[in-house]
Design a protein around this ligand. Structure first.
Ligand code: DC
Length: 221
């Protein structure tokens, strides 16, 4: 029998399918969905808007301390200081600049505080790179969602093509490998598999199979 209002945490690399799985699971369970990557993206957007530079770390930390990030409509809308910035978060500019935000421990500390504020009442699916290890180490259930680099690149390439972005599979694979390298080698809160995480390899699964697999584990808990 499933306990009420669980905290479910999911980590994994880019293109593993974790955002789609987490979103669908949140809909099925009527839980809140928190995409912590969107929070780092919103913080990166703020730093660009305010003219922050990677070398002016103290200014970036002040911005992080004084901003408020919220999510509406099951995570589809990201509010940065009350303004809907959802459409501005997935751009090549943000992709390039985010490393300078995500590597600063004081900024991570502020983002973690906001994630815990959003998740304090449970009934939440949270996903990212460090949510099973750092943000919610006592989550009721933890998953590590993975897939081969080649498969993840194929998925991202298809997504980008559908959006009309001109690129090649080789280029996308190169970008994925470089993001993996950044996420895994970061000094503070790198991407790792929590010891008690259930590992889900989605390489040969359809999205529905992956959602059902995770949902079965949740229902068994
Ligand atoms: O999930 P995403 O691709 O939108 O995340 C964008 C970047 O944000 C990712 O490359 C690393 C960073 N990130 C992080 O450092 N910690 C998290 N919990 C989530 C994302």
């Amino acid at each position: 029998m499933m306990k009420e209002r669980l905290t479910i945490a999911m980590d994994g690399p880019a293109g593993s399918g974790k955002s789609t799985i987490a979103q669908r699971l949140a809909e099925r369970l009527d839980y809140l969905y928190l995409n912590s990557g969107s929070m780092y993206r919103a913080m990166t957007l703020l730093s660009i808007q305010e003219g922050g530079t990677p070398t002016n770390v103290s200014m970036l930390i002040e911005l992080a301390k004084n901003c408020r990030i919220d999510f509406l409509d099951n995570g589809k809308i990201t509010l940065l200081n009350g303004e809907d910035v959802s459409a501005a978060l997935r751009t090549p500019e943000i992709d390039r600049a985010i490393i300078n935000i995500a590597k600063v421990p004081e900024i991570r500390h502020e983002m973690v505080k906001q994630q815990r504020r959003i998740g304090e009442s449970g009934g939440i699916i949270v996903e990212g790179r460090d949510v099973t290890t750092v943000v919610f180490p006592d989550a009721d259930l933890k998953f590590y969602i993975n897939a081969s680099v080649e498969e993840r690149a194929k998925r991202r390439y298809a997504e980008q093509k559908a959006k009309g972005i001109e690129t090649t599979l080789e280029q996308v694979e190169k970008e994925i490998r470089s993001r993996d390298q950044m996420d895994e080698s970061r000094e503070h809160s790198p991407l790792r598999t929590a010891e008690d995480a259930i590992i889900v390899d989605t390489t040969s699964m359809t999205i529905n199979q992956a959602v059902d697999f995770v949902l079965n584990r949740v229902e068994e808990s």
